[in-house]
Design a protein around this ligand. Structure first.
Ligand code: ACO
Length: 436
């Protein structure tokens, strides 16, 4: 980061001396005011719940311009990556900073394939879960358990060990998600087939059985690969910040990623794709497109507690670029399956049209986010709704790892320790139990 000639001056109305604060410039995007010495200079903290105005780190991985609806991984627009590169190239880009050449890609893909199997003991660990457990509960447990199965990766300061843990995570996530699914439906686990692509192998582990030959459909494979690319990283969102904060204590990298999985589960974050599909199905049951108006009235009524899931974003105040790409994929998948008239897709289009023209949404700059269409695509592929967020976690793992790595090698890295504005009781004395 570059020190700007500009300085911020903080003055106080009570006559306390003003303080000059350095300002830094990034390569693009808003400048930041460096408040690290604020407490030492003034005895005050800043107050910013939800981190609406706080840059917690410097990062060179992903850039979002929410007003323009722009998303760049390492400088490359998401539209170009989604149409010209596959998920393995995207992983390489996020981890190493540049797109791989042919040899680098071949070698990276081989490395990832070398780690696709999980320790056979994981099957017994999985058996401890109820068959109807939510897949994200299972995934939080399984990824956390990797820290016990592969403890040699625990030394965050050992770069070689850390790199192996990264490969293991990217490689084993599809295996674990597919195992969680097979367990829930009582089918045998399918071992990975390493001649298949990353997405193709995942489809195989999800949908093949030992009884019949399974042929990967290239349209579904491409669609899934695109879902992975679009979800691979998204700057300092809640789960990524969780991984950074958790990892900042020097904990085992598998444990830090498990913390990210747990955070992603929430309906305001990764769980929105599941919530969005459930919402579409509810409206469909109520009468479909004819009930859209009624539903929108509820959404706009603050007392109803109803939200239009898949709409709105903390950062994008213009169309989420990933939503456009997902809508395209949605059309391709439905056409391949002969489901062009899929009622949920029609319903989603009708909701989107109304929302984009409605004052409530226009004034608040609420646009569809990636989750608005990704659920319809996944459902068409045959993925059960409850597994959607686990697939998001699978795709986001590489982003979490890239961000964790960046933090560890950053000379300015410190254990994360937010401060607080204390509003509780001041000091008081304990009254003995019998006198209370
Ligand atoms: N439906 C109806 N109203 C909404 C919606 C929505 N989906 N999203 C925001 N609003 C309204 C809020 O009620 C608020 O209205 P007000 O100003 O009258 O009080 C205004 O728009 C601003 O919303 P905030 O909640 O303050 O915006 P914030 O940036 O904090 O929240 C969030 C963003 C959490 C994503 C929100 O838009 C939301 O809950 N959306 C639905 C869930 C969703 O789709 N999440 C996926 C996010 S993308 C991802 O994680 C991949």
């Amino acid at each position: 980061m570059k020190l700007s000639d500009n300085k911020a001056t903080l003055s106080f109305s009570n006559g306390s001396p003003s303080v000059d604060l350095p300002v830094y410039q990034g390569s693009v995007g808003p400048d930041v005011i460096d408040i690290r010495k604020l407490y030492a200079q003034t005895g005050m903290f800043t107050y910013d719940p939800g981190f609406l105005s706080t840059a917690a780190c410097q990062s060179a991985i992903t850039y979002i311009d929410g007003d323009k609806g722009e998303l760049l991984y390492r400088g490359y627009p998401i539209e170009q990556l989604a149409t010209s590169c596959d998920f393995m190239e995207t992983c390489y880009l996020l981890l190493y900073g540049n797109l791989p050449n042919v040899q680098e890609k071949v070698s990276f893909v081989k490395t990832i394939k070398d780690h696709t199997m999980v320790n056979e003991q994981m099957q017994f660990f999985l058996r401890g879960f109820r068959r109807d457990a939510h897949p994200m509960g299972i995934m939080t447990g399984l990824v956390g358990a990797l820290s016990a199965f592969y403890h040699e990766g625990s030394d965050l300061n050992n770069q070689k060990r850390r790199e192996i843990a990264e490969f293991q995570l990217i490689s084993k996530m599809p295996t674990l998600v597919a195992m969680a699914y097979k367990y829930s439906i009582g089918q045998p686990y399918m071992y990975p087939k390493n001649h298949l692509s990353y997405a193709g192998n995942f489809l195989h582990m999800m949908f093949a059985t030992p009884c019949e030959e399974y042929v990967v459909n290239p349209v579904m494979e491409r669609a899934l690969d695109r879902i992975f690319v679009l979800h691979a990283d998204h700057e300092q969102n809640a789960s990524t910040s969780t991984v950074r904060l958790c990892g900042s204590s020097g904990t085992n990298p598998f444990a830090a990623i498990a913390a990210g999985v747990a955070c992603l589960w929430g309906p305001a974050h990764g769980g929105a794709n599941e919530a969005c599909l459930n919402m579409l199905e509810d409206i469909q049951r109520m009468g479909g497109v004819s009930k859209v108006g009624e539903f929108m009235t509820q959404v706009k009524d603050k007392n109803s507690g109803v939200k239009l899931m898949g709409f709105g974003h903390r950062v994008y105040k213009n169309y989420d670029p990933r939503a456009k790409l997902m809508q395209e994929t949605c059309k391709e998948v439905l056409a391949e399956l002969g489901l062009e008239n899929d009622p949920l897709f029609k319903l989603a289009m009708a909701l989107e049209k109304i929302a984009l023209e409605d004052d409530y949404f226009v004034q608040r700059k609420l646009y569809p986010n990636v989750d608005f269409y990704s659920g319809i695509v996944q459902r068409a592929i045959g993925i059960p709704v409850s597994l959607f967020t686990a697939i998001f976690a699978l795709a986001r793992t590489v982003g979490w790892i890239a961000q964790l790595n960046e933090m560890i090698v950053d000379p300015e890295y410190k254990i994360g320790r937010p401060r607080q504005l204390f509003v509780g009781s001041t000091q008081r004395d304990v009254v003995p139990l019998e006198q209370r």
